[in-house]
Design a protein around this ligand. Structure first.
Ligand SMILES: [Zn+2]
Length: 59
């Protein structure tokens, strides 16, 4: 599966789990949802995820 970061459009994206990815450029976790929607999470110092915003993916 070809994954691009929906924030920076970069391809420096690593897979975390089946629907979660990590952008090494933005340092955020990306969780893909149904309906062409991606949620962006900031990773806090203690390792927990803070919901930041969502992105509507363009086809
Ligand atoms: Zn990115």
């Amino acid at each position: 599966m070809w994954v691009q970061c929906p924030v920076c459009s970069g391809i420096d994206v690593g897979k975390v789990s089946s629907s979660n990815y990590y952008c090494w450029n933005c340092l955020v976790e990306i969780k893909y949802k149904k309906g062409n929607e991606a949620h962006i999470y900031n990773i806090q110092d203690d390792g927990t995820l803070e919901s930041a915003y969502k992105v509507d993916l363009q086809e």
